[in-house]
Write a protein that binds this ligand. Structure first.
Ligand code: FB9
Length: 500
């Protein structure tokens, strides 16, 4: 490259102008495209001026290359026809097969070189002239040699017969530029201390600043899609006046995860098939985490009910409630917060809480389920709340997710009555999809905490993974969460446009 540049600058210096860069490239034995690169960069630093020279010529197509020697299709056909008795079409086809045969016969007929003699049974192709002049071949030879041919015939050969094709290319007339020199002075890209000290900055040529140049992308951290969606959910909750619950405790007491929620100790979810119980420490003495009077009230509501409930009528085991486990839902945090709300200094005050954090379930891992996922939960605790309030706030919440049309299906949770599964119509998926679960916390859960009679709690929950998979078009949860996640997916995933 450099010596091509130097030889071009020397040539220009020697002869004031290079008439045609095409010729120069040929003489320099380099490909003209390579020279164009050099011309562009010398032009950019105003060392040379390049004037376009447009070139046009016709060239033979793949097909017509052969006709130069074999003769044009029509000539081949003519020559294939035996003078006098002629030949049958089939014989002709055999002698001049393919495209050439068909086109040649049509052309030769048009030029009245041949005729079809149907006198005797099978038609015969016969000659109408003794000899022909293969004008087409002659024209093709002219084109191949770069000689001009009449426009009309060129148009016919190019457009109708597609035997020649137009070729256009550019070369350049080169002259000295404003900053012409025999060698390129590397313009400075930075103003250095040295230049300032020596004052050379006054004469130093500086490279133009390209203000449109893209900056170097700062190699910073990238939020995992899940965390982007979490941020959006946090925005939605805080905009709706909810306060985030402290969820930084994965290891939970069975008491807060189950018993406080009025979930009976023999409930299937409480066995190791569904829940990760800890071995060491396997249990935490309840007196270290649960006020005795409250624990007592929970025991009795499980055993004999109260507050209008019949209870479960089984003998409640303290040890069962003291087992340590990995929380199976963030509703465990809700139970702690509701107890605190009921027993805070100054007594009960209405509250709106939300939580978004990991929960753990010993479930079958498949395309949409891992042994852990992020639960999103919202609850409102206030006097006189009804199912209507729950439906209202769900419409508010999901509409901010862009899910405008909701439907509710009665469901069952041990800790809410009534309970509803939430469905939304997804325009994107063109179907109704389950987007969560909800309900009103049972009095057997709320009253033992000490919450006033007329206080109700409406709550709902969903996952973070499902919306994230749908929004980012991720089909398998293993590509979203876990050791199989590709870091480039984390680096390149787009912003989250929830509800927009
Ligand atoms: O997230 C779920 N679906 C969903 C949510 C949003 C969404 O957004 C679209 C992009 C815009 C799309 C889908 N689900 C809940 C529904 C299903 O995926 C379900 O099959 C799986 N569920 C998880 C539990 O699986 C065992 C999702 C998870 C879930 C279910 C229920 C709760 C929380 C998470 C709850 C609760 C609850 C109920 C009452 C009171 C308090 C909490």
């Amino acid at each position: 490259m450099a010596d091509l540049e130097a030889s071009l600058l020397q040539a220009l210096n020697a002869q004031e102008c290079i008439a045609d860069s095409g010729e120069f490239a040929k003489s320099a034995g380099v490909d003209h495209m390579v020279l164009v690169g050099t011309i562009r960069s010398l032009q950019a630093s105003e060392m040379i001026v390049a004037e376009d020279i447009d070139h046009f010529r016709y060239a033979l197509t793949e097909e017509s290359q052969g006709y130069l020697t074999a003769g044009s299709p029509e000539a081949q056909v003519f020559n294939a026809v035996t003078p006098g008795e002629g030949i049958t079409l089939a014989e002709l086809k055999a002698k001049v097969p393919g495209e050439a045969g068909d086109v040649g016969f049509k052309q030769a007929m048009q030029q009245r070189w041949l005729a079809l003699d149907k006198a005797a049974g099978e038609p015969r192709v016969v000659r109408k002239v003794d000899s022909i002049e293969d004008r087409t071949q002659a024209l093709l030879a002219d084109v191949a040699a770069g000689r001009e041919i009449p426009k009309a015939e060129a148009d016919n050969l190019a457009k109708k017969r597609k035997l020649i094709k137009p070729e256009q290319w550019k070369t350049y007339k080169l002259t000295k530029g404003a900053k012409f020199a025999l060698e390129r002075k590397k313009p400075a890209t930075d103003l250095t201390f040295d230049m300032l000290a020596k004052g050379t900055w006054r004469t130093q040529e500086f490279k133009d600043y390209n203000f449109n140049a893209f900056g170097v992308l700062p190699s910073g951290g990238h939020l995992h899609p899940l965390l982007k969606v979490r941020t959006q959910f946090r925005k939605i909750f805080t905009q709706m006046g909810f306060e985030e619950m402290p969820t930084n405790q994965y290891v939970e007491l069975s008491f807060w995860n189950f018993d406080a929620l009025f979930q009976p100790q023999q409930h299937p979810a409480r066995d190791a098939h569904d829940t990760f119980f800890l071995n060491k420490p396997a249990a935490t003495a309840s007196d270290r985490g649960v006020p005795a009077d409250y624990l007592q009230r929970v025991q009795s509501v499980h055993e004999v009910g109260g507050y209008g409930s019949a209870g479960y009528g089984y003998s409640w085991k303290l040890a069962e409630s003291e087992k340590n486990l990995l929380r199976t839902h963030t509703t465990a945090v809700s139970s702690r917060m509701l107890y605190r709300l009921a027993n805070q200094p100054g007594g009960f005050k209405p509250a709106k809480y939300f939580s978004i954090d990991r929960v753990f379930r010993n479930e079958q891992v498949d395309r949409t389920h891992l042994a852990e996922f992020h639960q999103v939960e919202g609850l409102i605790c206030d006097r006189g709340l009804t199912l209507g309030d729950l439906i209202g706030v769900l419409n508010q919440f999901f509409s901010r997710l862009g899910l405008k049309k909701l439907r509710f299906k009665p469901a069952y949770n041990p800790y809410t009555e009534p309970s509803m599964e939430i469905f939304s119509y997804s325009e994107q998926l063109n179907k109704w999809m389950e987007v969560g679960n909800s309900g009103m916390f049972r009095p057997e859960m709320l009253r033992p905490m000490g919450l006033p009679e007329d206080v109700n709690v409406i709550a709902w929950g969903l996952s973070l993974e499902r919306p994230t998979m749908i929004l980012y078009g991720i089909d398998n949860i293993r590509d979203l969460f876990g050791h199989k996640v590709s870091l480039s997916m984390v680096r390149k995933n787009p912003i989250c446009r929830l509800g927009l």
